[in-house]
Design a protein around this ligand. Structure first.
Ligand code: HAM
Length: 412
């Protein structure tokens, strides 16, 4: 019989990967909660128009990568390619703005993009993201950048570079687009085919091209930062000032433009050179126009998302192994019930306990304990049952002692 395999571009998470996944999500949650963020969970699929209007037609995500289908009720549905548009939809639909306070939200979950799979790039992947709605201060930009950086630091992920830029507001980008097109027009024929297309649809993306020839040709292109107006420049300066206050080292990358259309003002990415071509671990920025676009509300917002699989690749051995603390080795059918009573007692006391259902010899018990990687083994045989005790073998301190079960619990 032909075995059915996972669909191309998807990945099961189990064993050590599952431990890494749990560790990453727990560290992130702790940090976000320190900063006063609350969890939000939106549906995995949405109306297709949400992403068309939110992310923008003309972007790779909307034009080439969405998992879109018609459901049985003839609606056009899309598996979410990202979390920002759904969070904004939920915020507007539930009138969260009526609370009159800044909303600080975080999410963890699967996203779907029909991309060519390779190391660090999947068709179903997980993101940890945050969105802050209702705050325009540049201090927020710096605070969120710093929080994401601290999350990666707390995971022991090093050798990271924080790249920042400002893409300004809509008026600035329209003005800059003209300047850039004037620069690109004379060299158009020398650019790659993708860039020729980008010039039509979104010329800013030409600056992001990975092709060496295009990079060389555009190295003296005018930059967006030079085109910013006074207010935008001040905002950008304040972001940099507070990044220094929060002790985040950053580099300015005037060519950094992100792949989604909703950004304005500050944009940023945290990159590593340890993941080959897929080196962006985290990306985000300010999207002050998205709430206008989706709900006619002038509400500023800022956020980021980090790829969980990319963080898992960078984690190495830097995560707690989820092994049991103790293994109960019992010998002889007559002690079976006593052994399981002990397992129940330990688990109720919060001790991670493993036990086998079948009686075994000492040698095979010890093999099992070694395989599990436990630090303690509790041995129970006929003598212990008679005295209502157990023998605790401590592999770390190489000791062995006979204790009552109440005494054992105090050892953990
Ligand atoms: P993004 O840059 O498209 O931004 O994705 C954020 C992160 O998700 C990337 O830096 C990467 O680590 C991970 N990622 C993206 N695509 C894949 C893939 N195919 N396979 C594996 N990992 C991937 C956003 O999604 C924005 N919603 C971020 C944001 C939030 N901006 C403001 N708020």
């Amino acid at each position: 019989m032909k075995l059915i395999k996972a669909v191309r571009g998807t990945k099961d998470i189990f064993g050590n990967d599952a431990s890494k996944y749990l560790h990453i999500t727990q560290v992130a949650q702790n940090i976000f909660e320190n900063y006063g963020y609350e969890m939000i969970k939106t549906p995995i699929f949405e109306e297709t128009d949400l992403f068309k209007r939110g992310i923008g037609e003309g972007t790779d995500v909307v034009d080439k990568e969405m998992y879109t289908f018609t459901d049985r009720g003839d609606r056009s549905i899309t598996l979410r390619p990202e979390g920002t548009a759904p969070v904004v939809r939920c915020y507007l639909e539930n009138k969260m703005y009526a609370q009159g306070d800044t909303s600080r939200l975080y999410y963890i979950g699967s996203m779907f993009r029909y991309e060519r799979p390779q190391a660090g790039r999947q068709r179903e992947f997980n993101q940890i993201g945050v969105e802050v709605l209702g705050e325009a201060s540049p201090i927020l930009d710096a605070e969120v950048i710093s929080m994401g950086y601290k999350m990666l630091e707390a995971l022991g992920i090093t050798d990271l570079e924080v790249k920042i830029n400002s893409v300004g507001g809509q008026a600035t980008r329209i003005k800059y687009r003209e300047q850039l097109l004037n620069f690109l027009q004379p060299i158009k024929e020398e650019l790659c085919e993708d860039c020729k297309n980008r010039m039509e649809k979104n010329p800013l993306r030409v600056l992001d091209c990975k092709n060496e020839k295009c990079k060389e040709l555009t190295k003296d292109a005018p930059t967006l930062v030079e085109a910013l107006n006074e207010e935008e420049k001040n905002h950008y300066e304040e972001v940099k000032k507070y990044l220094n206050i929060f002790k985040v080292k950053y580099t300015e990358d005037p060519k950094l433009v992100r792949g989604l259309d909703y950004y304005s003002s500050t944009v940023y990415e945290i990159v590593t050179n340890k993941l080959g071509a897929q080196g962006t671990v985290l990306g985000g920025g300010r999207y002050d126009n998205l709430l206008k676009q989706l709900g006619d509300k002038e509400i500023p917002a800022f956020g980021f998302a980090a790829g969980v699989e990319r963080m898992m690749m960078l984690l190495g051995e830097n995560y707690p192994k989820r092994t049991p603390e103790v293994y109960i080795a019992w010998m002889g059918e007559e002690v079976k019930e006593y052994a399981f009573e002990i397992s129940n007692f330990l688990r109720e006391a919060g001790v991670k306990t493993a036990i086998d259902y079948n009686s075994k010899g000492m040698k095979s018990h010890m093999k099992k304990a070694e395989k599990l990687g436990v630090n303690y083994v509790i041995i129970v045989g006929g003598d212990e049952l008679a005295k209502n005790t157990v023998i605790l073998k401590d592999f770390v301190n190489r000791t062995q002692e006979e204790l009552s079960i109440q005494e054992v619990v105090t050892k953990f």
